[in-house]
Design a protein around this ligand. Structure first.
Ligand SMILES: *Cc1c(COP(=O)(O)O)cnc(C)c1O
Length: 361
Protein backbone atom coordinates (compact mmCIF):
# COMPACT_ATOMS: atom_id res chain seq x y z
CA UNK A 1 0.00 0.00 0.00
CA UNK A 2 1.27 3.47 -0.87
CA UNK A 3 -0.12 5.67 1.87
CA UNK A 4 -1.13 9.27 1.35
CA UNK A 5 0.45 10.43 4.61
CA UNK A 6 2.25 8.82 7.55
CA UNK A 7 3.28 11.18 10.34
CA UNK A 8 5.35 8.52 12.12
CA UNK A 9 7.53 8.20 9.02
CA UNK A 10 7.63 11.96 8.41
CA UNK A 11 8.94 12.59 11.93
CA UNK A 12 11.17 9.53 12.33
CA UNK A 13 14.31 11.31 11.03
CA UNK A 14 13.85 13.87 13.83
CA UNK A 15 13.15 11.48 16.73
CA UNK A 16 16.64 11.69 18.29
CA UNK A 17 16.78 15.48 18.19
CA UNK A 18 13.18 15.69 19.43
CA UNK A 19 13.94 13.42 22.40
CA UNK A 20 16.87 15.67 23.35
CA UNK A 21 14.86 18.88 23.07
CA UNK A 22 11.93 17.34 24.93
CA UNK A 23 14.28 16.66 27.83
CA UNK A 24 15.71 20.17 27.65
CA UNK A 25 12.30 21.85 27.81
CA UNK A 26 11.04 19.40 30.45
CA UNK A 27 14.03 19.98 32.68
CA UNK A 28 14.01 23.75 32.16
CA UNK A 29 10.81 23.92 34.23
CA UNK A 30 9.51 26.73 31.96
CA UNK A 31 6.69 25.67 29.62
CA UNK A 32 4.90 28.78 28.33
CA UNK A 33 6.44 31.77 26.44
CA UNK A 34 10.07 31.15 27.22
CA UNK A 35 13.38 30.82 25.41
CA UNK A 36 12.28 28.16 22.91
CA UNK A 37 9.38 30.28 21.60
CA UNK A 38 11.59 33.36 21.34
CA UNK A 39 14.28 31.41 19.52
CA UNK A 40 11.84 29.92 17.04
CA UNK A 41 10.23 33.31 16.39
CA UNK A 42 13.64 34.82 15.59
CA UNK A 43 14.55 31.91 13.31
CA UNK A 44 11.23 31.81 11.47
CA UNK A 45 11.20 35.58 10.89
CA UNK A 46 14.69 35.30 9.38
CA UNK A 47 13.60 32.33 7.25
CA UNK A 48 10.57 34.25 5.92
CA UNK A 49 12.66 37.41 5.33
CA UNK A 50 10.54 39.46 7.72
CA UNK A 51 11.45 41.64 10.72
CA UNK A 52 9.10 39.95 13.17
CA UNK A 53 7.39 36.66 13.94
CA UNK A 54 4.82 36.04 16.66
CA UNK A 55 4.06 32.43 17.61
CA UNK A 56 0.40 31.59 18.23
CA UNK A 57 -1.69 28.51 19.03
CA UNK A 58 -2.66 27.47 15.48
CA UNK A 59 -3.21 28.67 11.91
CA UNK A 60 -6.82 29.75 12.40
CA UNK A 61 -5.80 31.93 15.36
CA UNK A 62 -3.00 33.46 13.28
CA UNK A 63 -5.56 34.51 10.65
CA UNK A 64 -8.06 35.72 13.26
CA UNK A 65 -5.53 37.76 15.24
CA UNK A 66 -4.15 39.36 12.06
CA UNK A 67 -7.63 40.61 11.18
CA UNK A 68 -8.35 41.58 14.80
CA UNK A 69 -5.29 43.83 14.92
CA UNK A 70 -6.75 46.21 12.31
CA UNK A 71 -9.89 47.11 14.33
CA UNK A 72 -12.21 46.86 11.33
CA UNK A 73 -15.89 47.56 11.93
CA UNK A 74 -18.58 44.89 11.99
CA UNK A 75 -19.81 44.24 8.46
CA UNK A 76 -16.62 45.43 6.76
CA UNK A 77 -15.68 43.27 3.81
CA UNK A 78 -12.67 41.03 3.26
CA UNK A 79 -11.87 39.56 -0.14
CA UNK A 80 -10.93 35.87 -0.08
CA UNK A 81 -10.55 33.10 -2.71
CA UNK A 82 -13.67 30.97 -3.25
CA UNK A 83 -11.75 27.66 -3.21
CA UNK A 84 -9.81 28.03 0.03
CA UNK A 85 -9.84 25.79 3.09
CA UNK A 86 -12.63 26.81 5.47
CA UNK A 87 -10.23 28.29 8.09
CA UNK A 88 -9.58 31.39 5.99
CA UNK A 89 -13.31 32.10 5.80
CA UNK A 90 -13.90 31.34 9.48
CA UNK A 91 -11.24 33.87 10.53
CA UNK A 92 -13.22 36.55 8.68
CA UNK A 93 -16.63 35.45 10.01
CA UNK A 94 -15.41 35.19 13.63
CA UNK A 95 -14.25 38.82 13.40
CA UNK A 96 -17.78 39.91 12.49
CA UNK A 97 -16.62 40.70 8.94
CA UNK A 98 -18.11 39.72 5.60
CA UNK A 99 -16.21 37.29 3.34
CA UNK A 100 -16.44 38.33 -0.31
CA UNK A 101 -15.49 35.47 -2.61
CA UNK A 102 -13.26 35.94 -5.64
CA UNK A 103 -12.81 33.03 -8.02
CA UNK A 104 -9.41 31.41 -8.63
CA UNK A 105 -7.48 31.20 -11.87
CA UNK A 106 -8.30 27.66 -13.09
CA UNK A 107 -4.65 27.15 -14.11
CA UNK A 108 -2.96 28.12 -10.81
CA UNK A 109 -5.87 27.50 -8.39
CA UNK A 110 -4.93 30.81 -6.73
CA UNK A 111 -7.09 33.95 -6.50
CA UNK A 112 -7.43 35.60 -9.92
CA UNK A 113 -6.08 39.18 -9.61
CA UNK A 114 -8.14 40.23 -12.65
CA UNK A 115 -11.35 39.51 -10.71
CA UNK A 116 -10.52 41.37 -7.49
CA UNK A 117 -11.36 44.96 -8.43
CA UNK A 118 -14.93 44.20 -9.52
CA UNK A 119 -15.59 42.95 -5.95
CA UNK A 120 -14.21 46.03 -4.18
CA UNK A 121 -16.87 48.23 -2.52
CA UNK A 122 -16.63 51.23 -0.15
CA UNK A 123 -16.65 48.69 2.72
CA UNK A 124 -13.76 46.55 1.49
CA UNK A 125 -10.90 46.66 4.00
CA UNK A 126 -8.59 43.77 3.20
CA UNK A 127 -7.59 41.01 0.80
CA UNK A 128 -6.84 37.67 2.40
CA UNK A 129 -4.90 35.67 -0.19
CA UNK A 130 -4.13 31.95 0.12
CA UNK A 131 -0.99 30.44 -1.39
CA UNK A 132 -2.87 27.24 -2.11
CA UNK A 133 -1.11 23.86 -2.41
CA UNK A 134 2.27 25.60 -1.91
CA UNK A 135 2.30 28.09 -4.82
CA UNK A 136 2.47 31.84 -4.27
CA UNK A 137 -0.33 34.07 -5.51
CA UNK A 138 0.53 36.85 -7.97
CA UNK A 139 1.57 39.13 -5.12
CA UNK A 140 2.94 41.98 -7.22
CA UNK A 141 -0.41 42.47 -8.95
CA UNK A 142 -2.38 41.93 -5.74
CA UNK A 143 -0.27 44.40 -3.75
CA UNK A 144 -0.68 47.00 -6.52
CA UNK A 145 -4.48 46.63 -6.36
CA UNK A 146 -4.40 46.80 -2.55
CA UNK A 147 -2.26 49.96 -2.60
CA UNK A 148 -4.55 51.63 -5.11
CA UNK A 149 -7.65 50.94 -2.96
CA UNK A 150 -5.96 51.28 0.47
CA UNK A 151 -6.60 47.67 1.46
CA UNK A 152 -4.63 45.55 3.91
CA UNK A 153 -3.12 42.31 2.60
CA UNK A 154 -2.96 39.16 4.71
CA UNK A 155 -1.30 36.05 3.29
CA UNK A 156 -2.57 32.65 4.38
CA UNK A 157 0.73 30.79 4.10
CA UNK A 158 -0.45 27.62 5.86
CA UNK A 159 0.43 25.54 2.76
CA UNK A 160 3.42 27.55 1.60
CA UNK A 161 6.29 27.57 4.14
CA UNK A 162 9.34 28.41 2.06
CA UNK A 163 7.53 29.01 -1.25
CA UNK A 164 8.78 32.10 -3.06
CA UNK A 165 8.45 34.39 -6.06
CA UNK A 166 11.73 35.77 -7.49
CA UNK A 167 13.37 34.67 -4.22
CA UNK A 168 10.89 36.59 -2.02
CA UNK A 169 9.27 34.29 0.50
CA UNK A 170 5.65 33.58 1.44
CA UNK A 171 4.69 35.72 4.43
CA UNK A 172 6.86 38.69 3.39
CA UNK A 173 4.51 40.38 0.88
CA UNK A 174 1.52 41.50 2.95
CA UNK A 175 0.99 43.32 6.25
CA UNK A 176 0.90 39.80 7.75
CA UNK A 177 1.80 36.27 6.79
CA UNK A 178 -0.24 33.68 8.71
CA UNK A 179 1.15 30.17 9.15
CA UNK A 180 -0.09 26.87 10.53
CA UNK A 181 2.28 24.20 11.82
CA UNK A 182 -0.40 21.50 11.93
CA UNK A 183 1.48 18.18 11.81
CA UNK A 184 0.85 17.50 8.10
CA UNK A 185 2.09 20.90 6.85
CA UNK A 186 5.51 21.18 5.19
CA UNK A 187 6.74 22.62 8.49
CA UNK A 188 4.70 20.55 10.93
CA UNK A 189 4.83 20.37 14.73
CA UNK A 190 3.62 17.47 16.93
CA UNK A 191 0.45 19.32 17.95
CA UNK A 192 -1.40 22.47 16.94
CA UNK A 193 0.83 25.50 16.44
CA UNK A 194 0.94 28.64 14.30
CA UNK A 195 2.64 31.98 13.71
CA UNK A 196 2.32 35.42 12.17
CA UNK A 197 5.09 37.19 10.27
CA UNK A 198 5.21 40.93 9.63
CA UNK A 199 7.58 43.81 8.84
CA UNK A 200 5.46 46.32 10.76
CA UNK A 201 6.63 46.97 14.34
CA UNK A 202 3.29 48.39 15.52
CA UNK A 203 1.30 45.45 14.10
CA UNK A 204 3.74 43.03 15.67
CA UNK A 205 3.26 44.67 19.09
CA UNK A 206 -0.48 44.42 18.64
CA UNK A 207 -0.66 40.69 17.89
CA UNK A 208 2.12 39.97 20.40
CA UNK A 209 -0.11 41.58 23.06
CA UNK A 210 -3.38 40.06 21.78
CA UNK A 211 -2.08 36.48 21.89
CA UNK A 212 -1.35 36.73 25.63
CA UNK A 213 -4.51 38.16 27.22
CA UNK A 214 -3.83 41.63 25.81
CA UNK A 215 -0.99 41.91 28.25
CA UNK A 216 2.66 42.88 27.86
CA UNK A 217 3.36 43.27 31.56
CA UNK A 218 2.00 40.42 33.68
CA UNK A 219 -1.44 41.21 35.19
CA UNK A 220 -1.77 44.52 33.26
CA UNK A 221 -4.20 44.20 30.34
CA UNK A 222 -4.14 46.84 27.60
CA UNK A 223 -6.28 45.04 25.01
CA UNK A 224 -9.23 42.66 25.06
CA UNK A 225 -6.94 39.74 24.34
CA UNK A 226 -6.93 35.99 23.88
CA UNK A 227 -5.02 32.98 25.04
CA UNK A 228 -3.34 31.91 21.81
CA UNK A 229 0.23 31.09 22.73
CA UNK A 230 2.68 28.81 20.95
CA UNK A 231 4.02 26.43 23.61
CA UNK A 232 7.67 25.84 24.45
CA UNK A 233 7.71 22.18 23.51
CA UNK A 234 6.30 22.72 20.01
CA UNK A 235 8.57 25.72 19.46
CA UNK A 236 11.59 23.58 20.33
CA UNK A 237 10.49 20.87 17.87
CA UNK A 238 9.79 23.48 15.19
CA UNK A 239 13.28 24.99 15.54
CA UNK A 240 14.73 21.57 14.80
CA UNK A 241 12.49 20.90 11.81
CA UNK A 242 12.97 24.41 10.42
CA UNK A 243 16.63 23.55 9.82
CA UNK A 244 15.43 20.81 7.46
CA UNK A 245 12.56 22.70 5.83
CA UNK A 246 14.55 23.45 2.68
CA UNK A 247 15.47 19.76 2.43
CA UNK A 248 11.81 18.77 2.93
CA UNK A 249 10.68 21.21 0.23
CA UNK A 250 13.48 20.07 -2.07
CA UNK A 251 12.37 16.45 -1.67
CA UNK A 252 8.75 17.29 -2.45
CA UNK A 253 9.82 19.31 -5.50
CA UNK A 254 11.84 16.34 -6.76
CA UNK A 255 8.79 14.07 -6.43
CA UNK A 256 6.63 16.71 -8.14
CA UNK A 257 9.10 16.80 -11.06
CA UNK A 258 8.64 13.04 -11.52
CA UNK A 259 4.85 13.45 -11.68
CA UNK A 260 5.12 16.44 -14.03
CA UNK A 261 7.40 14.56 -16.42
CA UNK A 262 5.79 11.12 -16.11
CA UNK A 263 2.01 11.53 -15.95
CA UNK A 264 0.20 11.31 -19.29
CA UNK A 265 -1.58 14.39 -20.58
CA UNK A 266 -5.08 13.06 -19.75
CA UNK A 267 -4.44 14.46 -16.30
CA UNK A 268 -4.43 18.23 -15.84
CA UNK A 269 -1.23 18.88 -13.94
CA UNK A 270 -0.21 21.86 -11.80
CA UNK A 271 1.30 24.70 -13.86
CA UNK A 272 4.98 25.49 -13.53
CA UNK A 273 5.79 29.17 -14.05
CA UNK A 274 9.14 30.94 -14.29
CA UNK A 275 10.25 32.70 -11.06
CA UNK A 276 7.78 30.73 -8.91
CA UNK A 277 9.34 28.36 -6.37
CA UNK A 278 6.46 26.01 -5.46
CA UNK A 279 6.74 23.75 -2.40
CA UNK A 280 3.94 21.29 -3.26
CA UNK A 281 2.31 20.99 0.13
CA UNK A 282 -0.23 19.16 -2.01
CA UNK A 283 0.24 17.77 -5.54
CA UNK A 284 -3.14 17.94 -7.19
CA UNK A 285 -4.22 16.83 -10.65
CA UNK A 286 -7.64 17.23 -12.22
CA UNK A 287 -9.63 14.69 -14.19
CA UNK A 288 -13.32 14.59 -15.23
CA UNK A 289 -13.68 11.06 -13.81
CA UNK A 290 -12.02 11.89 -10.53
CA UNK A 291 -14.08 9.54 -8.32
CA UNK A 292 -13.57 6.59 -10.67
CA UNK A 293 -9.85 7.36 -10.81
CA UNK A 294 -9.68 7.49 -7.03
CA UNK A 295 -11.39 4.08 -6.69
CA UNK A 296 -9.12 2.60 -9.35
CA UNK A 297 -6.02 3.85 -7.50
CA UNK A 298 -7.29 2.43 -4.21
CA UNK A 299 -7.86 -0.96 -5.89
CA UNK A 300 -4.22 -0.71 -6.89
CA UNK A 301 -3.19 0.03 -3.31
CA UNK A 302 -2.60 3.76 -3.75
CA UNK A 303 -4.26 6.17 -1.35
CA UNK A 304 -5.21 9.70 -2.39
CA UNK A 305 -7.07 12.66 -0.92
CA UNK A 306 -9.39 15.39 -2.17
CA UNK A 307 -8.56 19.02 -1.33
CA UNK A 308 -11.37 19.78 -0.98
CA UNK A 309 -14.57 17.82 -1.67
CA UNK A 310 -16.95 20.71 -0.88
CA UNK A 311 -16.26 24.41 -1.61
CA UNK A 312 -16.79 26.84 1.32
CA UNK A 313 -20.01 28.36 -0.07
CA UNK A 314 -21.61 24.87 -0.28
CA UNK A 315 -20.80 23.98 3.33
CA UNK A 316 -23.76 23.61 5.69
CA UNK A 317 -22.08 25.98 8.16
CA UNK A 318 -22.04 28.76 5.57
CA UNK A 319 -25.79 28.81 4.97
CA UNK A 320 -26.91 32.42 5.06
CA UNK A 321 -23.28 33.59 5.01
CA UNK A 322 -21.83 32.55 1.64
CA UNK A 323 -24.54 30.68 -0.23
CA UNK A 324 -25.62 33.79 -2.14
CA UNK A 325 -22.23 34.00 -3.87
CA UNK A 326 -22.08 31.58 -6.85
CA UNK A 327 -18.62 30.21 -7.69
CA UNK A 328 -18.64 28.00 -10.81
CA UNK A 329 -14.83 27.84 -11.11
CA UNK A 330 -14.41 26.69 -7.51
CA UNK A 331 -17.18 24.12 -8.10
CA UNK A 332 -15.35 22.79 -11.18
CA UNK A 333 -12.09 22.45 -9.21
CA UNK A 334 -13.74 20.75 -6.25
CA UNK A 335 -15.49 18.26 -8.56
CA UNK A 336 -12.36 17.22 -10.46
CA UNK A 337 -9.33 17.61 -8.17
CA UNK A 338 -7.35 14.69 -6.75
CA UNK A 339 -4.28 14.93 -4.50
CA UNK A 340 -1.54 12.36 -5.08
CA UNK A 341 0.98 11.04 -2.53
CA UNK A 342 3.86 13.54 -2.10
CA UNK A 343 4.99 13.34 1.51
CA UNK A 344 8.54 13.69 2.88
CA UNK A 345 8.72 9.92 3.45
CA UNK A 346 7.76 8.91 -0.10
CA UNK A 347 10.54 7.58 -2.30
CA UNK A 348 11.07 8.13 -6.02
CA UNK A 349 10.07 4.46 -6.48
CA UNK A 350 6.74 5.14 -4.72
CA UNK A 351 6.03 7.97 -7.14
CA UNK A 352 7.12 5.94 -10.20
CA UNK A 353 4.66 3.26 -9.11
CA UNK A 354 1.82 5.83 -8.81
CA UNK A 355 2.69 7.21 -12.27
CA UNK A 356 2.75 3.76 -13.84
CA UNK A 357 -0.67 2.85 -12.37
CA UNK A 358 -2.13 6.27 -13.24
CA UNK A 359 -1.00 6.05 -16.85
CA UNK A 360 -2.90 2.75 -17.26
CA UNK A 361 -6.20 4.45 -16.28
C1 LIG B 1 -4.15 24.19 7.57
C2 LIG B 1 -4.71 25.43 7.05
C3 LIG B 1 -5.21 26.44 7.90
C4 LIG B 1 -5.49 26.25 9.36
O1 LIG B 1 -4.48 25.86 10.18
P1 LIG B 1 -4.81 25.22 11.62
O2 LIG B 1 -3.45 25.23 12.27
O3 LIG B 1 -5.34 23.85 11.40
O4 LIG B 1 -5.76 26.10 12.33
C5 LIG B 1 -5.58 27.64 7.34
N1 LIG B 1 -5.52 27.85 6.01
C6 LIG B 1 -5.09 26.91 5.16
C7 LIG B 1 -5.03 27.22 3.70
C8 LIG B 1 -4.67 25.66 5.64
O5 LIG B 1 -4.25 24.72 4.78
Amino acid sequence: MIEYENLYKVNQPFFEAYHRSFNEVLESGWYILGKAVQQFETQFAAYCQTSYCCGVANGLDALMLALKSFNFEAGDEVIVPSNTYIATILAIVHNGLKPVLVEPDIATYNIDPAKIEEKITPRTRAVMVVHLYGKLCEMNRINAIADKHHLKVIEDGAQAHGASYKGKKAGSFGQFGAFSFYPTKNLGALADAGALTTNDAALFEKVFTLRNYGSRVKYYNELVGYNSRLDEMQAAFLSIKLQQLDAINHHKRKLADLYLAGLKTDFIKPVVQPDYFDVYHIFTIRHPQRDKLRDYLLQNEIKTEIHYPVPPNKQKAMKGILDDQPTPIAAEIHATTLSLPISYFHTEQDIQRVIEVMNRF
